[in-house]
Design a protein around this ligand. Structure first.
Ligand code: SAM
Length: 271
């Protein structure tokens, strides 16, 4: 078979380190009775060993040439193939197909990983867990705490929905072509019984965090000034002179709930 030439536009950096591949498969720990979905199987570095452990795997791949190559493998009969952009897949359809919460994994295309994670959060109720290889900086943003340079909207929304754990640090040498960035393999497990944070409406939380972090250097009195007066911020125990990175997720939830409880969100957001 002719060698596949990796496409930059699809962030094709293929895993080649067998030790790391084995570790990742162990960490995902797939079981036959589960609804597993792989985003971007590529040259099957993870697909092949995972298919040894289960009977059926849903795959979503944008590159037709890579899908043609997969057809040559004996495990192909175990695959349910979606030739699609993972950002346009109706994950609810996959859930309905299997009638089970879905487990999503993949060595994600780094150019769309943040948008993809935010897109998947919109379908959080049908997801059991997500295990993703990400660019180190994106993984660090997911788990960042207040006060950190990497703390932002992604950290707040991700930690609102999920318990996130870093599972593995992966060197660029484990991929071909060698990427310019380090990688981290993470797990995101949606909260189900216990929720550490609460907002009446996630769209309002999303709106406030967006507004606050649009201008990271501005103090809250200025960045959120059009919604919250200094007096209101102080009543909510939030120092108006702080920058957005110094406010906890709990406090952002408080701000969004204040907007909802006082009926001031409709003016800004069409829910
Ligand atoms: N899983 C393989 C591995 O670990 O070697 C390939 C990982 S490579 C980083 C990313 C894969 O995602 C590629 O196969 C690429 O073609 C595919 N891909 C890129 N953008 C995509 C998208 N928007 N939707 C679905 N697949 C995509």
């Amino acid at each position: 078979m002719k060698k596949h030439i990796p496409l930059k536009k699809f962030s094709q950096n293929f895993l080649i380190d067998s030790h790391i591949i084995t570790k990742i498969v162990e960490l995902i720990n797939p079981k036959s009775n589960e609804a597993l979905v792989e985003i971007g199987p590529g040259l099957a570095a993870l697909t092949k060993p995972i298919c040894k452990l289960i009977d059926e795997l849903i795959i979503i791949e944008i590159d037709k040439c890579l899908l043609e190559r997969l057809k040559k493998h004996s495990f192909y009969s175990k695959l349910i193939v979606f030739h699609k952009d993972a950002l346009k897949v109706d994950y609810l359809e996959l859930f309905n197909k299997k009638n089970k919460l879905i487990r999503i994994f993949g060595n994600l295309p780094y150019n769309v990983s943040t948008s993809l994670i935010l897109y998947l959060f919109k379908k959080i109720k049908i997801i059991k867990d997500m295990n993703f290889m990400l660019q180190k900086e994106v993984a660090q943003r997911l788990i960042a705490s207040p006060g950190s340079k990497l703390y932002g909207r992604l950290s707040i929304i991700a930690q609102y929905y999920c318990n996130i754990k870093i599972l593995l640090h992966v060197s660029p040498k484990c991929f071909r072509p060698v990427p310019k960035v380090d990688s981290i393999f993470v797990s995101l497990i949606p909260y189900t019984d216990y929720f550490p944070y609460f907002t009446h409406n996630i769209k309002v939380l999303s709106y406030i965090t967006n507004l606050a972090f649009q201008k990271r250097r501005k103090i809250l009195r200025h960045s959120l000034g059009k919604i919250f007066s200094e007096k209101v911020l102080i009543t909510l125990n939030i120092n108006p002179r702080l920058r957005p990175e110094n406010i906890s997720i709990l406090q952002y939830c408080q701000l969004s709930n204040y907007m909802i409880e006082n009926n001031i969100y409709q003016k800004y957001i069409f829910v």
